[in-house]
Design a protein around this ligand. Sequence first.
Ligand SMILES: CC(C)(COP(=O)(O)OP(=O)(O)OC[C@H]1O[C@@H](n2cnc3c(N)ncnc32)[C@H](O)[C@@H]1OP(=O)(O)O)[C@@H](O)C(=O)NCCC(=O)NCCS
Length: 145
Amino acid sequence: MTIIRNFEEKDIGDITDIAKRSLNTDYDPRFYISIHELWPSGFLVAEENGRIVGFIAGVMPQESEARILMMAVKKHFRRRGIGRALMHAFINNCTLIGAKRTYLEVRRSNTAAIKFYRSLGFSTGASYPSYYDDGEDALIMWKTL
Ligand SMILES: CC(C)(COP(=O)(O)OP(=O)(O)OC[C@H]1O[C@@H](n2cnc3c(N)ncnc32)[C@H](O)[C@@H]1OP(=O)(O)O)[C@@H](O)C(=O)NCCC(=O)NCCS
């Protein structure tokens, strides 16, 4: 059974590993702590049999808008509805504090993620040319809550 719950500091090892493998990023553990401090209920994990299998982390740069910074599900756990469950819980927490919109940046080539966000009602907005270090463009995807 998959449980969606708030991030806790003990999850950092698993999250760092998922972020490395699924997002190709290697952040210092302090990065996760600082995101969590900014908005504790915007950082959620999916736990299965005591192990973290996915997470979503967002911040609130403006009162009415939540920005999703990172989201990933472990490779062998994908297409089982875990991403959808994480996003539903995140959106629920957004609406509880009055956010009216959520948005994120995604690589133009990340068709799986783009299909995932579209399936959850996200629209595609502007693109940021050469947003990523390797020169790839980002697409902005957003959802009215
Ligand atoms: C994007 C991601 C988080 C989705 O997680 P997930 O747990 O596999 O998603 P779900 O199983 O909840 O999928 C929900 C719906 O999204 C769509 N979807 C998800 N993955 C898809 C894919 N690879 N291809 C097409 N549609 C997809 C489907 O409509 C799916 O419903 P269905 O399985 O009933 O058809 C996961 O693929 C991932 O971690 N990718 C690597 C990291 C990444 O790209 N993160 C986003 C960066 S912006």
